[in-house]
Design a protein around this ligand. Sequence first.
Ligand code: ZN
Ligand code: ZN
Length: 436
Amino acid sequence: MPTLLVNPDEALAYLDQLRRTKAKIEKHAVLCYEWQEAISSSRRCERRDAGRARMDAIKAWMKEHGWEKELDYFTWDQITRLSLIKEQKLLTERIWNKIRLSLINWMNKLRDIRLEETVFKARRECLISAYCEYLKQPPNANDTCDILPHVGDIATFKSFEDLIKAPVDVDVNAQSFSDAFVQLPAYVTEWRRKIEGQLVSCLLPEGTSPMSKTAIDHHSPKIACLNLARVAFCRPFTENDVSVTFYPDVLLKRCFIEPYTLRHMSDWDKWQDPKIIEIKTMNGCPWSLEDSKGRNVIEVSDAAIPIIRASGLDPDIATTSDMDDLDARFRCGSCSSAMGVIPYTWRSAVAHAVSYHDRLGRRVGKASWTVLNGEDRNENLRKTKSPPFFNRFECALCRTSVDNRDWRNGVLLHLLHEHKIPVDKVQEDVHMRGPF
Ligand SMILES: [Zn+2]
Ligand SMILES: [Zn+2]
């Protein structure tokens, strides 16, 4: 058994002293903690007071500088989405100078959102219904183009934009746009020329021949290149859409008016960009060759060149009409199999080359084309292959405009609602155009 080395009284005294020291330290620690808490709490109060004073000063500045309507329309939580308003720091002269510009930009953005939601949106809806009526009338002698823009473009033409953005107290209704519609053919000509210029300068390879005979009666020989059969438009390889179109049908594709996907836009996006409200109201943007990242939404494939050569024409001269007139049938040597020959029109042949051979690349090899002649051709005319994506139609009673092509059932519904033609009375060759 161990023996004690000190006497018990000394040990007890020592323990007692330790206990007293501990109590003393603890008491001091409590005092320190309370002191620290008092300091932090007073700092918190100071910061809160500074934050309140800052928000009060900013609110007063807003009232003084004509932002009262924004203060009425938005909640304070919405206004303070700009975090610098809520910062808990005193507004010194130096900080004011630093934040003033951001504050003005933010208030301008809020004003844009307010005006778009409370004034312009209703006017845009009036324009949409007025334009629908305009499109429902058949083309007439004043029309300058066979394809009319999407309403998103119409709203940017000066006479139309002036009405949409007219002062708040001006009464604008669907009738108000009738004078502007008189000027529409001139705007549409300008719109079309701008687009043609962009397609030529951004997409056609340098030196695409302007030798086409259509150049003679066209306003620009360079733009006449767009009518060459070799200029086949398709979506870039990254897209799922493998359809192929030619000029001017390519203008009707929705990718130009929806360069970033409307489906992915939420109401929250308006705080980043108030334009989102306008785009959602119009269900599209003004025509653009580029998406939101500056990439072209469409590119040119040279898949038609061997097909034009196979039919005995010169790809530098042959136009889409020349190829249509020829009405040849083609066979793809790489794909003919035990199932026999699949005959293609020249357009569906290009679509096959792009969607099958170009996209799948080395796995399926290159397409190789020969023209079906004589009996071969006649025998095969009946079963000519149309790719499955040639399935869009349009109403033949309306003017053609960007984004008016639809599935067959969509057009039947349009004929019923807009032209009061019941489904069993629809004559496809009279009331519908397509498939495209
Ligand atoms: Zn093939
Ligand atoms: Zn129609």
